[in-house]
Design a binder for this molecule. Structure first.
Ligand code: NAD
Length: 292
């Protein structure tokens, strides 16, 4: 078993993930630019490292959970590649663009490291609870080595194919989610304007062909369907700003392969509008207020 894991990026998601590695018996060497984040990791049982290179030195595996592609590329180029021991397994769990993920993995392979991209589905609660879903891109043997580590932080680990395919699965899924949420919101808003009771519309559509996860697991209207962020005035949940980030990554990837993604593009534009109105921190189902 891999014994020592360097964990870099202990924010909203990484903090809980590192704590779950500790709970599962791994020795975790933590580094983050934020002292607060490091203090929380230490309280959860991780060892505080003084730099990314210090965390990585001697570790059997390295997990990164960073904001975006530029942070990932910088951390691997400036610290991980130079400090990791021969044969260390590298896992990037951040959500980043496919092109950067593939570039960083190619660089890792060229230096003799196994590496996977392993972005997650599930938010902060799933990170804390160890119930994330990991979508993994990389070679078969790298995936096999990564699986026990990822299983300590999640409930499902799925191999999506070669390098970058984890990111591809993540952004295609979230583009679909963004589009179905917008469609669900506009249907509820229109139903109300026509004079249909929202609960009645839910009862009908949730067992009809308009049903989707956005409707039955994440209903954007308060008091209708299961308990969702709509019932807490759209606090918590999955922020508009994070949905917008993923939609931008999806459009970038679509453009790189000349894919036509009209619904994803509409969703991106609408989430941009919501963010511009100062709603970036609210749950993404608050889209219904824009369309009502
Ligand atoms: P966050 O901003 O809370 O955490 C990122 C952490 O990285 C911060 O603590 C920051 O200090 C640290 N960091 C940045 N640059 C660094 C560097 N050079 N060296 C060391 N540490 C550095 O973000 P988050 O919400 O934890 O998200 C992390 C990733 O997970 C993102 O790619 C995000 O898109 C993805 N994600 C987030 C959620 C969510 O609900 N928050 C869900 C799924 C995926």
């Amino acid at each position: 078993m891999t014994e020592t894991i360097a964990f870099i990026g202990l924010g909203n998601m990484g903090g809980g993930m590192a704590a779950n590695l500790v709970k599962n018996g791994y020795s975790v060497r933590a580094f983050d630019l934020s002292d607060d984040a490091l203090a929380k990791a230490e309280a959860a049982g991780a060892l505080r490292a003084s730099s990314a290179a210090d965390a990585v030195t001697g570790a059997d595996a390295v997990v990164t959970m960073l904001p975006a592609g530029k942070h990932v590329e910088a951390v691997y180029d400036d610290a991980v590649f130079g400090a990791a021991k021969a044969g260390a397994l590298l896992l990037d769990c951040s959500t980043i663009d496919v092109a950067t993920a593939r570039r960083v993995i190619a660089a890792a392979l060229a230096k003799g490291f196994d590496m996977v991209d392993a972005p997650v589905s599930g938010g902060i609660a799933a990170a804390n609870g160890g119930t994330l879903t990991f979508m993994v891109g990389g070679q078969d043997d790298a995936y096999a080595k990564a699986k026990p580590i990822l299983s300590a932080m999640g409930k499902a680990v799925i191999h999506a194919g070669g390098a970058g395919n984890g990111q591809a699965a993540k952004i295609c899924n979230n583009m679909l989610l963004g589009a179905t949420m917008v469609a669900t919101c506009e249907a509820f808003a229109m139903a109300q304007k026509i004079g249909l009771d929202p609960q009645t519309f839910y009862d009908i559509s949730s067992v009809s062909s308009g049903q989707s996860w956005s409707m039955t697991s994440y209903c954007p209207l308060p008091g209708v369907g299961p308990q969702t962020p709509a019932d807490a005035d759209y606090q918590g949940g999955f922020a508009v700003a994070l949905m917008l980030k993923d939609l931008k990554l999806a459009l970038e990837a679509a453009s790189s392969v000349n894919a036509s993604v009209p619904m994803g593009a509409q969703a991106e534009s609408l989430y941009q509008l919501l963010a511009n109105k100062g709603e970036g921190g609210r749950d993404f189902s608050s889209m219904i207020q824009l369309l009502s």
